[in-house]
Design a protein around this ligand. Sequence first.
Ligand code: ADP
Length: 174
Amino acid sequence: MLTIILGDITKEPVDAIVNAANTSLLGGGGVDGAIHRAAGPELLAECRTLHGCETGQAKITKGYRLPAKYVIHRPGPIWRGGIMGEEQLLQSCYENCLRLAVENGCRSVAFPSISTGVYRFPLETASEIAVRTILEFLKTHPDMEVRMVCFDRETLGYYEDALKEQTEIVNEED
Ligand code: ADP
């Protein structure tokens, strides 16, 4: 099941939350900063042992003081105008995170709106890719609970519209 909610991902009591990290894994602004603040210094200490995370890689740590058991750290693509394969990269970002969650026995995962903050990915395209990729994954993992946690109403609106559109497309295919 996919649900789209307005909220703060650091408060989500799920098996894993995804962090729109940067490649250093040593914290940053936006959702990354919020996750490190809420998880406490033990998260940074574990991240230091991982020696960063290249774009395209995902790494998993414990959640420490977060209600979530794990944090999946995954740098999203930086938007460079759409000519650098950003759309495919964003799709594989969601796919990798979901795969890593399954490999670690997670039944519930929460995502932030990856790449649409300082990485400037257009919300309309990003939300369409995220929703499509998650719905595709859920076809083969129907017991998984996936939440998109939007931090502001504008973001929420885009993801809700994307879900509505994708669901209508599926219904038309039936
Ligand atoms: P990126 O570098 O991938 O663009 P950002 O952290 O800049 O990552 O932004 C990604 C999204 O996460 C933005 O929509 C931002 O508003 C949102 N965000 C920031 N803090 C939180 C939070 N505590 N919970 C959920 N989403 C958040």
